[in-house]
Design a protein around this ligand. Structure first.
Ligand code: 2P0
Length: 350
């Protein structure tokens, strides 16, 4: 059987709406960035970004992406990122145009995408998750599709796996699913609000990563003999994290998230060629965190596919954490002012 393509999934979701023209000229929407407490690491299907395991994240409130999509008045897609036009031949514009091809009603319809990140770029937080989620929200409104959250999550996943989690605020689980077409692989909200939870982003380096997370997880899955232990670890950690959220048990949440991140990085170490995202300063920060913890500060960390370290702590300890790491960017995922209901496109004056 021919393998299922992204466009087949879009057809399945849009049904008779597939190929119809937009009902508006412009639409704007916002989606938050997210940080995984139990990581997405490895795909069972690379075309559709279908994961081997479930994952669980927390969305970052007002840190994310606002995207305005309009019909273009010139015969090509135009991309403006943080007020700067992005060259047509750039990787960024090409990736966006390829994604937009999935929804283009005809080859002569082009879009103008203005996208702005409230995620501090210098903080090294991925904006592809919030970017694709915001784009899906805006396209849904532009075309008047009226999609469910489930379908929005699936469409965001086709752009970038972790984007499927950015369609919700708060704690979010991405269910791995088992279907070949991935119609059962989407995000669901995890009940639980934790206003005291804090995340601190420590920027170690703003350098371009030597290897993308997409490549790194692919290589790890294919060559690391440690990878077979990963799904077992995730199944265990997911349950622990959910019970920590239920019980508001910060120490359980922190130590499970830290252990999960370290295990993810360990699978990469056993890949060939090896995948190691850490810089010496990343390791130095880990030692500082462990020393502070030994001294009684409930402080944990998580790390993604890069050298930067994300601290996990409770509001009570904000002062101590800031004293130890003055350069930290503070995030209060449950306390940030929201940008209106998620997915609700703001009125546009275009
Ligand atoms: C996560 N990461 O769960 C994990 C932890 C990085 C490390 O999701 O290929 O950009 O677009 O599906 O979503 C980053 O991977 O990868 C990521 P694609 P994505 O947050």
């Amino acid at each position: 059987m021919a393998s299922i393509k992204k466009r087949d999934v879009v057809r399945l979701i849009l049904g008779e709406r597939f190929g119809r023209m937009p009902v508006k000229f412009c639409s704007t929407a916002y989606a938050p960035a997210n940080i995984a407490l139990c990581k997405y690491w490895g795909k069972r299907n690379e075309e559709l970004n279908l994961p081997i395991t479930a994952s669980l994240s927390v969305s970052l409130g007002a840190l994310g992406t606002t995207t305005k999509v309009c019909l273009s008045t010139v015969a090509r897609d135009e991309v403006i990122l943080n007020d700067q036009p992005v060259p047509v031949r750039s990787k960024f514009t090409k990736a966006l145009s390829t994604y937009l091809n999935l929804f283009r009603p005809s080859p002569t319809v082009f879009f103008r995408i203005e996208t702005r990140n409230t995620v501090p770029t210098a903080a090294g937080m991925a904006s592809s998750a919030s970017g694709f989620a915001a784009l899906v929200f805006a396209l849904d409104d532009l075309f008047g599709w009226g999609l469910s959250k489930r379908h929005q999550s699936i469409l965001a996943r086709l752009g970038s796996g972790s984007a499927c989690r950015s369609v919700y605020e708060g704690f979010v689980e991405w269910e791995a699913g088992a279907d070949e077409d991935g119609m059962d692989s989407y995000a669901v909200p995890v009940p639980g609000v934790w206003p005291e939870l804090r995340i601190g982003v420590l920027t170690i380096s703003e350098d371009q990563k030597p290897i993308s997370s997409r490549e790194a997880m692919k290589r790890t899955r294919r060559t690391s003999s440690f990878y077979e232990a990963w799904p077992v670890k995730v199944a265990h950690d997911l349950e622990l994290i959910k019970s920590a959220i239920d019980a508001r048990d910060f120490e359980l949440l922190g130590r499970t998230a830290e252990s999960n991140a370290l295990a993810m990085h360990a699978t990469g170490l056993a890949a060939w060629p090896p995948v190691l995202f850490w810089y010496p300063q990343s390791v130095a920060v880990m030692h500082d965190i462990w020393a502070l913890r030994d001294a009684g500060l409930p402080l944990y960390f998580t790390m993604d596919a890069g050298p930067n370290v994300k601290l996990l702590f409770a509001a009570d300890n904000e002062k101590d954490v800031l004293a130890a790491f003055p350069a930290v960017t503070l995030v209060a995922p449950f306390a940030e002012k929201r940008f209106g209901p998620l997915g609700a496109a703001a009125p546009t004056g275009c």
